[in-house]
Design a protein around this ligand. Structure first.
Ligand SMILES: Cc1ncc(CO)c(N)n1
Length: 224
């Protein structure tokens, strides 16, 4: 068990080398010790803004694919957190660096960004609620894990403190805990009490691992 739930803990363990490549990527270490060049950070942030637009759509699709009102509420709360909380970090940080809303609106999506968001959306279009949740989890909870670690390990004068605080903060952490709880309860409702024995388990774990690999590629964006 893990603060983010059973299924997350199991899939994280099954994807361990990829998970470490994601959450301990050199880009993340550059945020931690402040050595990440600002230009690379801003390139990432503009792409991440575009990412979050599509990612919000994927959570909205989860509202559509949900099975009951509790699931619908949990997914729609995440849409709200993404649109009205997390994305303001991007808008404000870019504005301070001289990049106004028009820069964000005109930015071209990088192919890695297209690959990741369309993979997640497609999991929802062609699959069911569980397929979609499995593809969504590495994104939500991975940043929660990174934020918590960097909150204690970052050098005091890293210029990326605000980014770290967003993901280590109470609002984002609560979103991660509720995403993990939503996943566990959705799995229990559909696959029963021993989900790892279900014939679907391996394919769901595989979706989680694929999204994790797409996260690794996303950190490389500034180098495309
Ligand atoms: C690529 C990516 N993954 C996860 C998050 C967390 O929401 C984010 N902002 N961007």
């Amino acid at each position: 068990m893990n603060r983010y739930g059973h299924a997350f803990a199991a899939w994280r363990a099954e994807a361990q080398p990829d998970w470490d490549a994601y959450t301990r990527h050199p880009f993340v270490e550059g945020l931690r010790d402040g050595t990440l060049p600002q230009s690379r950070f801003l390139t990432y942030l503009v792409q991440d803004y575009l990412f979050l637009k599509n990612f919000s759509r994927a959570w909205a699709l989860a509202v559509v694919k949900a099975g009951d009102l509790d699931e619908m509420r949990a997914c729609s709360a995440t849409v709200h957190t993404l649109l009205d909380h997390e994305m303001s970090l991007h808008v404000q940080t870019c504005a301070r660096a001289g990049m106004g809303p028009e820069v964000l609106a005109d930015a071209q999506e990088a192919v890695t960004n297209i690959a990741y968001t369309r993979y997640v959306l497609e999991a929802g279009y062609s699959g069911d609620f569980l397929d979609l949740l499995a593809a969504l989890m590495p994104c939500v909870i991975g940043y929660g894990e990174i934020g918590l670690r960097l909150a204690t390990e970052a050098t005091p004068d890293t210029p990326y403190r605000e980014w770290i605080d967003t993901y280590a903060g109470a609002e984002y952490q609560a979103a991660c805990v509720s995403a993990g709880a939503l996943l566990d309860s959705a799995i229990r409702k559909r696959l029963g009490e021993a989900p790892e024995k279900s014939p679907r388990w391996a394919a769901l774990s595989d979706r989680f691992a694929t999204a994790t690999r797409l996260e690794v590629a996303f950190w490389e964006l500034g180098r495309e």
